[in-house]
Design a protein around this ligand. Structure first.
Ligand code: AAE
Length: 682
């Protein structure tokens, strides 16, 4: 066992990625992962020399590993499990912790290591003044909301929905709902009525809690008309509760009761004991067609996964302040809430992180003494592009960790973090998603950080890269699969009683393996790089090109704010076109010189195959609300699909962003279009 006196083993690391941070010698003694390793050695007799050994055990002996997580975190339970995992080899029918009865909300509100008067929630908003809850206040609010919901008739299995932003009331509502064994779901108020109805209409909530509107940067957005439309569309809705947010003194709309009434009476701080797989919340994953997929997550799976991930991988615990910039429409919100379960205070933010400029989010981290800040790759890259230096702009002395997700972060983004945020920070780009409500790739505080590389696969996550024939491969790109069950795999899809859709969605392509839809390269040492979505592949002349490496080169050019690349191919006609779209910085134009510079860069840094056939300037790259580029919808539009059929409502950050692609398709398909195409050809 490594006692912390010897340097950690770094053998086998991908040598072509420079090391930007090395864990300090005392990392083992000081981090929660080190503490857990000591505990596993002491209590279970397993001694591991380093992270790779620990990871190997965590996936080879799933029952022993997950039992250790249950015991190390001393999960509060009403009844203990009779087994840890049954039918492990029959994914997706594996069963976790049969016999256990617990409640996620109880475990979260335990807030270990914190006293009643300690800070539990700090919330900043562009709509109202900051709000602060102590541990005792948060518990009291949840108990009140629980009583209010019960008096509205909410019980086990009922659905409670929020059309609320990332504010303490949403967190209180979620925990109160879970405490009753009812099922929570949320849509952020950026979603218009159609998007909300598409989601909530599928799960028929009994209670809906809404805001009247909100401020985003300098803009006020009133949502009363949307609330009216949503209310009329939700047939099973028994109660509408309104939180006065944009207009704090206005009475609730007709037919609605107020949030203050809901919380009017003190309640008991109690919890409904539920089985491990009892539904906790429904998240939505938007495909390119049809309604958003309603993914049901369970109490026990989410609790265990988040305890492991937030405490061991992010190294968070009592005394920490955890801020991840997210809305209530992204799984990172649910992840953030679980920060309380490890004893960290959570910092909530509702508004535009780039308002009045990109310093905004860093300033928030500074004023709230945030110790771990999470954000997205597009945000970090935008900060880099703008020449921002957070370490000189604000006091980040409390910051120990920084996280990024939403898209792969290229090496230049990592370098910027260490140059301009802090040289001694533990940084991790993480990857996972809504379907597992976690990150299964990321960092570990005992591993070095290398530019452009995720340091490891998460504990308990048997992530593999497989080739075309299904063999696991190392050191070359393959399809990302998870080959063994994880407790936070969905307990089902809403309404899919026979689990037909569930099987088809995740296990249909490769029976017995969870196919995630990404390309991944895993190195000998377990570090990994995501190469882009496997369904958005650029496959030129039979050679596969990852979108992530493409963006790494193009987005690094100072003239380019953002980019999107697609590959159009057609076996019948023999078409094989690589088309690049770029959004240029203010005052820049796509002239011949810039086209040639882009081509030269791609040729030199990647290969001649990466040089696009066409480059088009667009006013904006279409992205989802959580920052993901919409490559597939763009490809489908260029192939002739109508925009409303390629994205579900509410997916796009800006619905107008698809228009230029429709226009391009029209130009390309018309006679005038061919002339224009020739003109634009690189
Ligand atoms: C953890 C994640 O993978 C978050 C996301 O990008 O959706």
């Amino acid at each position: 066992m490594n006692t912390g006196n010897q340097p950690l083993r770094a053998g086998g690391l991908a040598a072509d990625h420079e090391v930007l941070w090395v864990p300090p010698r005392e990392a083992w003694a000081r981090t929660r992962m080190g503490d857990y390793l000591d505990w596993v050695a002491r209590e279970q007799g397993y001694a591991f020399a380093d992270y790779p050994e620990l990871w190997r055990w965590s996936v080879d002996d799933l029952p022993a590993f997950w039992a250790s997580i249950w015991n190390y975190f001393d999960v509060p339970a009403y009844s203990q499990p009779t087994a840890i995992l049954t039918d492990a080899d029959r994914m997706p029918d594996a069963r976790w912790f049969p016999g256990a009865r617990l409640n996620y909300a109880q475990a979260v509100l335990r807030m270990p290591g914190l006293a009643d008067g300690d800070t539990a929630v700090i919330a900043h908003s562009q709509t109202r003044r900051p709000v602060h809850y102590t541990v005792a206040e948060l518990r009291d609010q949840v108990a009140r909301a629980r009583r209010g919901l019960r008096e509205l008739g909410v019980g086990r299995g009922d659905r409670v929905a929020a059309y609320l932003p990332n504010i303490p009331e949403t967190l209180v509502l979620m925990l109160a709902t879970a405490s009753l064994g009812a099922i929570f779901t949320s849509c952020p108020p950026e979603f218009g009525a159609r998007s909300v109805i598409d989601r909530l209409g599928q799960i028929e909530p009994k209670v809906l809690v809404v805001v009247d509107g909100y401020r985003y940067g300098a803009r006020s957005i009133d949502r009363s008309a949307d609330v009216d439309e949503i209310r009329s569309a939700l047939t099973g809705l028994a109660h509408l509760v309104q939180l006065p947010y944009l207009h704090p003194t206005a009475p609730p709309m007709s037919g609605a009761s107020s949030w203050h009434e809901l919380l009017g009476r003190a309640g008991e701080f109690t919890f409904e004991p539920v089985p491990f797989e009892h539904p906790l919340y429904v998240l939505y994953s938007s495909g390119t067609t049809g309604l958003p997929k309603p993914i049901v997550h369970g109490h026990g799976g989410i609790l265990l996964e988040h305890l492991k991930s937030i405490a061991l991988h992010h190294d968070l615990g009592p005394g920490d302040r955890f801020l991840w910039f997210t809305t209530t429409g992204w799984m990172m919100w649910n992840y953030l809430v679980s920060g309380l379960a490890v004893g960290s205070a959570v910092v909530l933010f509702d508004g535009d992180p780039g308002y009045p400029d990109l310093t905004g989010l860093w300033e928030l981290a500074a004023t709230t003494h945030t110790s771990y800040l999470g954000t997205s790759a597009p945000f970090l890259l935008a900060c880099r592009k703008s020449g921002l230096s957070p370490k000189t702009a604000v006091d980040l002395s409390a910051l120990r960790g920084l996280g990024s997700t939403g898209a792969p972060l290229p090496a230049a983004g990592y370098r910027w973090v260490y140059d301009e945020v802090a040289a001694d920070i533990y940084f991790a780009s993480i990857s996972g998603g809504t379907d597992l409500c976690t990150a299964f790739l990321g960092g570990a505080p005992l591993l070095p950080v290398r530019a452009g590389v995720m340091a490891c696969r998460a504990l308990g996550a048997d992530v593999q890269s497989i080739d075309e024939e299904g063999w696991p491969v190392l050191g070359r790109e393959g399809e990302l699969v998870i080959s063994k069950p994880m407790p936070s795999m969905p307990v089902g899809l809403w309404g899919d009683v026979e689990r037909v859709r569930y099987r088809e969605t995740y296990f249909g392509a490769i029976p017995g393996l969870w196919r995630h839809g990404d390309w991944i390269t895993i190195a000998e040492d377990g570090s990994c790089v995501i190469g882009g979505r496997s369904d958005a592949t650029l496959n030129r002349g039979g050679v596969r090109l990852g979108t992530a490496e493409f963006y790494g080169v193009v987005d690094a050019m100072p003239e380019i704010r953002d980019s999107l690349v697609i590959h159009l191919s057609d076996n019948d006609s023999g078409a094989d076109e690589l088309i690049l779209f770029i959004d240029l910085e203010e005052g820049r134009d796509l002239d011949l010189a810039l086209r040639q510079r882009i081509a030269a860069r791609l040729r030199a840094e990647l290969s001649p195959r990466h040089v696009p056939d066409e480059i088009h300037q667009v006013p904006e790259i279409p992205r989802t609300l959580s920052g993901k580029k919409l490559e597939i919808p763009v490809k489908q539009i260029l192939r002739g699909a109508r925009p409303e059929t390629v994205t579900a409502a509410g997916v796009l950050a800006d619905a107008e962003a698809l228009r230029p692609f429709v226009e391009l398709r029209e130009r390309r398909s018309g006679a005038a279009g061919s002339a224009a195409r020739d003109h634009r050809k690189l």
